[in-house]
Ligand binder design. Structure first.
Ligand code: HSE
Length: 424
């Protein structure tokens, strides 16, 4: 039986979940995979966490050099999160020939080239299934199960916190700020929710997933990002009336050799499979040119779901005789011209205008001047000005922005209150 020494860096939520899975499933893994996993080190400042898990305290230390200098530790699973000290520790481990398993999407999306260079130098492996969509096996699907396809697009709900907030706003008719407070009280949202609600977490994941999908590095600098903190429950309600559900989507497409990658709130038809993904669940919808549409669904966070992906990577890494690296040139210095920023989208626009003769004609003329074609228009009440909702046909982003600039200059306009993309 192959015996593999493992170090766990941190015993927080996911580190603790991983420890429990390794202890509870160790016998099964040995029988099924022929790998005996030996937890040789736990690096953790708070010994109480190890005590609570019933861990062998003789393996707990605060010194990363205990791991680096141990020839019998082959795999290091990192749970610190963030950039430092994770980056420095992982580079040292990789250079010392130890394979890395991590859920750290921020580190990975920002420093993947550096980590990969160190891995190649140390002939070590770099495994990150848990970095995207928690327990859902999306990375292995993209790298090991889609070889017969060119991936055309990838569209996903990859952040549970924002999906929980939007689901509650939609189902319970609550305001964003009230749901956020409740999500923080329940421990779903962080005290500082920026990474989730402003779309950074989704952007990190999209950078990793789209690079793997298109075999081309998609750095975070090339990803458009917009979060959900300005979403008004009114628009969720109006969207429902038009047959749409609002989600924070991570979208990547490849057209005519150009990649577009974007994270933003979007209306999707309420009968699209992604619309039924509720609460803190995640899902990714992938279009391959041969397989057609597939959708992976499951828990994107949590101790055991993310621990499940970490353990899968530990076993996978343990069984490799030669580690594989990315299929593309893994550098951040990409050509901007390889990326499309002038996205083609349908739009939902809510504005408030003065209730005067000829107002609609002036707004319609501004849309027409910039080649934005209106699909549908509805006026909702005339209380202190008229609220009007426009749905546009597919239009390039730049045209829409020019039209809105023109509309903003019209004296008959009170305010443009919402602009939300629609993904059909
Ligand atoms: N904070 C993330 C989420 C989980 O809410 O989905 C880890 O990426």
């Amino acid at each position: 039986m192959k015996k593999i020494g493992v170090a766990l860096l941190g015993l927080g939520t996911v580190g603790g979940g991983t420890y429990r899975i390794l202890v509870n499933n160790g016998k099964n893994i040995a029988e099924r995979d022929g790998v005996q996993i030996d937890i040789r080190h736990i690096i953790e400042l708070d010994v109480n966490k190890a005590v609570a898990l019933g861990a062998d305290l003789s393996v707990v230390s605060q010194n990363i050099n205990d791991v680096i200098n141990d020839p019998d530790t082959q795999i290091v699973a990192e749970f610190f999160g963030g950039i430092e000290p994770a980056r420095t520790f992982l580079i040292k481990c990789l250079l010392a020939g130890k394979s890395i398993v991590t859920a750290n999407k921020e580190l990975f999306s920002k420093y993947w080239p550096e980590l990969e260079a160190a891995a190649k130098k140390g002939k070590a492996g770099l495994y990150f299934e848990a970095s995207c969509v928690g327990g859902v096996p999306i990375i292995r699907t993209l790298t090991q199960s889609m070889q017969g396809n060119n991936i055309l697009s990838l569209k996903g709900i990859v952040n549970g916190t924002t999906n929980y907030i939007l689901s509650e706003m939609s189902d319970e008719g609550l305001d964003y700020s009230d749901v956020l407070k409740e999500a923080q009280r329940l421990g779903y949202a962080e005290a500082n929710p920026t990474a989730d609600v402003d779309g950074f977490d989704s952007m990190y994941k999209l950078s990793i997933l789209s690079s793997l999908a298109f075999h081309k590095k998609v750095p975070i600098s090339q990803i458009y990002r917009e979060g959900i903190s300005n979403i008004n429950k009114l628009d969720i309600e109006f969207g429902k009336k038009f047959g749409y559900t609002l989600k924070l989507l991570a979208i990547a497409k490849q057209n005519n050799g150009k990649i577009e990658a974007r994270v933003h709130p979007a209306f999707i038809p309420s009968d699209h499979p992604l619309a039924s993904v509720k609460g803190s669940f995640n899902a990714v919808f992938i279009q391959g040119d041969n397989v057609g549409d597939i959708m992976l669904y499951g828990r994107g966070a949590g101790a055991l779901p993310t621990g499940s992906a970490i353990v899968s990577d530990i076993v996978f890494a343990a069984k490799q005789t030669r580690h594989q690296y990315t299929s593309f040139r893994n550098v951040d210095s990409v050509k901007s011209s390889d990326f499309n920023k002038n996205f083609l989208c349908h739009y939902y626009i809510r504005m408030n205008v003065k209730d005067e003769t000829g107002v609609l004609a002036k707004i319609a003329a501004a849309f027409a001047k910039h080649n934005v074609s209106i699909d549908m228009m509805q006026q909702i009440g005339c209380d202190g000005g008229a609220t009007i909702i426009f749905l546009t046909h597919e239009t390039p982003e730049n045209n829409l922005n020019s039209a809105i600039s023109s509309i903003n200059k019209l004296p008959c306009l009170n305010s443009v209150d919402a602009i939300i993309r629609v993904e059909k």
